[in-house]
Design a protein around this ligand. Structure first.
Ligand code: SF4
Length: 183
C-alpha cells in the first residue's frame, strides 16, 4: 500500500486511526502520482516513449497521462534529436507550462547530441536550453528505462519543499544552466 512507505505518523486511537503528516508530504504525494507529460516527440526515441504509454507497459498505472497542451502538463520529455531550430519553440513551450514543471532528457541525443554530436545543426544536450531533472542514457532507451526515469523523478518530487511564497522549490537540485540562455 502507498501508506506503508508514506512519511507520516499513523497512530491507533479509540475507534480508528489518525494520520499526521505535513503539507509538503501531502502535496508531494498528489504531484507524484499525477505527472502529466506533454504529448511531444522529436525523433526515434519518441517511438519508445509512445510504447511506454501503450498497453504492454501502461504508464497510466503510475498516474502518467499525456496531455496535449503545455498549460495542462507538468513534465516535458525530450525524446529525440534536439536541433538548434527547435531550441526557441521548446523554450517557449517550457515557459508555457505551469510550475512546478519537470524535464526528462530521454536518450543520448537529448543528453549530449548522441550519434549526431558532430552535426552543425544539433544542440549538444537539451540542458543548454532548459533545465533537466532526469537524464536517461541509451540509443534508444527502452520503455522500461523511461519508466525508471519517471520513478526517479517521483523520488525527487517527494523531496520538494514549499517555499515561503507558496511555490515549490527544486531549482537547487536541478542540473540546470540558464534556461533563458541560447543554444
Ligand atoms: S538517441 Fe538514438 S534512438 Fe534516440 S533520437 Fe537519438 S539516434 Fe534516435
Amino acid at each position: 500500500m502507498i501508506l506503508d512507505k508514506y512519511p507520516a505518523v499513523l497512530q491507533a486511537v479509540p475507534g480508528g486511526k489518525i494520520l499526521l503528516t505535513t503539507t509538503d508530504d501531502f502535496i508531494n504525494l498528489g504531484r507524484k502520482y499525477s505527472i502529466w507529460p506533454l504529448t511531444f516527440g522529436l525523433a526515434c526515441c519518441a517511438i519508445e516513449m509512445m510504447a511506454a504509454y501503450a498497453s504492454r507497459f501502461d504508464f497510466d498505472r503510475l498516474g502518467v497521462i499525456p496531455r496535449p497542451s503545455p498549460r495542462q502538463a507538468d513534465l516535458m520529455i525530450i525524446a529525440g534529436t534536439f536541433v538548434k531550430k527547435m531550441a526557441a519553440p521548446v523554450r517557449e513551450i517550457y515557459h508555457q507550462m505551469p510550475e512546478p514543471r519537470f524535464v526528462i532528457a530521454m536518450g543520448s541525443c537529448a543528453n549530449c547530441g548522441g550519434p549526431f554530436h558532430d552535426a552543425y545543426s544539433v544542440v549538444k544536450g537539451v540542458d543548454k536550453v532548459i533545465p533537466v531533472d532526469v537524464y536517461i542514457p541509451g540509443c534508444p532507451p527502452r520503455p522500461e528505462a523511461l519508466i525508471y526515469g519517471v520513478m526517479e523523478l517521483q523520488k525527487k518530487i517527494m523531496r520538494m519543499k514549499l517555499a515561503k511564497g507558496g511555490g515549490a522549490t527544486l531549482q537547487a537540485e536541478k542540473g540546470s544552466r540558464d534556461p533563458a540562455g541560447g543554444a
